[in-house]
Design a binder for this molecule. Sequence first.
Ligand SMILES: Nc1ncnc2c1ncn2[C@@H]1O[C@H](COP(=O)(O)OP(=O)(O)OP(=O)(O)O)[C@@H](O)[C@H]1O
Length: 279
Amino acid sequence: MNANVNVNVNAKAKATAAPPLLTVRGLKVVVGGRHILHGVDLDVAALGTTALLGRNGAGKTTTVRGILGLVPRTGSVRLDGEETVHLATHALVRRGVGYAPEDRGVFAALSVAENLRLAERPGAGEPAYGLVYELFPELRTRARQAAGTLSGGQQQMVAIARTLLNGNRLIIADEPTKGLAPKVVTEVARVLERAAETVPVLLVEQNLAVVRRLARHCAVIADGRTAHRGPAAGLLDDPDAARRLLGVGHAHPHTRPHTQPHARPPAHPGTVQDQEAEA
Ligand SMILES: Nc1ncnc2c1ncn2[C@@H]1O[C@H](COP(=O)(O)OP(=O)(O)OP(=O)(O)O)[C@@H](O)[C@H]1O
């Protein structure tokens, strides 16, 4: 074995051995008297992307909101070993947790530059505009454009860019490719892939092609509980498990999980190709 191979093997072994950055155990959430999460267990790896999967209405967004303290929760949420389940959302943000929500949360009337400036966090060091504009050159050229006039893909880029500005330790992205045209999905996936080289990402994603490309690990939520944890490729390559856990006949690259019977109407039925292109 030559020296280079040795270095690679050691780096890989180190990555595998690194303790998870985020450890969630027995996470429970009750909203309006309704038990939505009954006990979610999840590890977010200290490197790369961890996917949070599940059928529509399984509890993925509620898990993310529970981690962030956006809904009342019990259980354990450890960030780098520190228990955070009692912390308010702003305290988690100060500890370096960045969030790109499902609705993107851009301020429509403000320009791209103003949206980014609002995300700057005092005390977090110099904002990483260099990184942001390297990953999203378009945001520089559109700096003065009102965010509400951007396409869905461009708004998603603003949402992800905001999480990268402050040297965060963890990025949580909730369905960043939802409703985007296939070409834009590829672009967003490429950016997330680059981002995950420097910051670990917890990715809620229904597009299994994106999961296959980005995620090394995954957790599957079903009916408010963790139904599976393990390597993402292992799940996607196992048709029986994919059918049982995600409701897909086989994990075809573009397949999205089906809705559960009697669940609320799907927010994003069909495949990515079926969806209306969002220019
Ligand atoms: N504020 C709320 N009040 C009542 N029920 C809620 C609330 N938020 C979520 N739910 C319900 O909790 C369940 C889980 O919802 P959640 O949005 O977490 O699922 P999800 O897996 O993210 O779904 P999707 O893939 O469709 O976004 C659903 O049945 C949903 O209707």
